[in-house]
Write a protein that binds this ligand. Structure first.
Ligand code: ZN
Ligand code: ZN
Length: 320
């Protein structure tokens, strides 16, 4: 691979900095430029300058997944440089119209969360987006839509591996010349990414089964021949297979913990389970907490271990 530089981009989010990667060879390519804030733009500019480039020199921008801490600044870069954008085809809807996508999500999840036992007043705040967030992400057109296995000619070349779960349209980029994979948020060294629920990218509103999908994607990445992960946040992953194994075990432990809870207390709604698991979660964290719990309930359902019955329109889970 030709030179690849890591540029640390600050974000206003709890996750902390996002790692942007700059590939330089005949052309300059960015992977995950960061959110649309002045501080992020300055950090990106400074990082490019250090390598003898400016924002207007960028030729291509790649994205691991459609979350605003990774893509928000893309529109500004494209306006300044005319860069071509590259993302997985399932990420396109969220990148083209993040606000529209969010409204569709909100409309879908209001009745869905009710059916999962979340009280109405909590749903309202759980589905609220802080005003400033719309500024952190500007829509843009995707020039090249990737499918699994597609190759991108930057540096020594990258191959896209479709790894949905944390988000639809998530991809990891495997280097074809080095023992490295760029993982975005799919695998991180110190935290387990949240299998956030969202609506599926296709027509017709349906929710994703994020955690089962995520675990499948982890297993797919395990089959890829690379040792080191360069992640979207935090430090490099020194042994990607070991980290995947730890992540799989973490979810298995949590699933068994939830199975034990339902066995002891059930029948219970997903919201009841969430309150047992994460008591006193602030309303702004409820959606992430519910995503996590429903993900594990989906796994138990797939394993035919739970019985689901509706009571007053709310799904109640008990162990079989
Ligand atoms: Zn993310
Ligand atoms: Zn992220």
């Amino acid at each position: 691979m030709d030179a690849v530089q890591q540029i640390e981009i600050p974000t206003p989010f709890e996750v902390g900095r996002v790692n942007c990667y700059l590939f330089t060879g005949a052309e300059a390519t960015l992977l995950d430029p960061g959110p649309n804030t002045e501080a992020a733009y300055e950090a990106l500019s400074a990082g490019l300058n250090e390598q003898g480039f400016s924002v207007s020199d960028v030729d291509h921008v790649l994205f691991t997944h459609p979350h605003m801490d990774h893509f928000g600044m893309a529109n500004r870069i494209v306006e300044e440089s005319g860069a071509k954008t590259v993302a997985h085809r399932d990420a396109v809807v969220a990148l083209n119209g993040p606000d529209r996508h969010f409204e569709r999500e909100r409309a879908f999840f209001r009745p869905f969360l009710l059916s999962m036992g979340v009280p109405e007043d909590i749903i309202a705040s759980a589905l609220m987006l802080p005003e400033a967030y719309t500024e952190y992400r500007k829509p843009f057109a995707v020039d090249r839509k990737l499918a699994d296995g597609d190759t991108i000619d930057v540096g020594g070349g990258l191959t896209a591996i479709h790894t949905p779960g944390h988000a639809p349209g998530s991809v990891c980029f495997v280097s074809r010349t080095d023992d490295v994979v760029f993982t975005g948020d799919h695998v991180l060294q110190d935290v387990t990414p949240n299998p956030l629920l969202t609506i599926t990218p296709g027509a017709g509103d349906e929710r994703t089964r994020s955690l089962p999908t995520y675990l499948e994607s982890l297993n797919r990445l395990r089959r890829v021949d690379a040792t080191v992960g360069r992640a979207g946040h935090g430090d490099d992953i020194t042994d990607i297979d070991a980290r995947i194994q730890e992540t799989l075990e973490h979810h298995n432990d949590r699933k068994e913990l939830i199975a034990g809870l339902i066995n002891k207390i059930g029948p219970m709604s997903a919201y009841d389970v969430m309150q047992e698991m994460f008591p006193e979660l602030p309303a702004t964290e409820v959606f992430a907490g519910m995503s996590e719990v429903i993900g594990h309930l989906d796994l138990l359902e797939d394993e035919n271990r739970v019985h689901i019955e509706k009571e007053d329109q709310v799904r109640q889970y008990s162990m079989i």
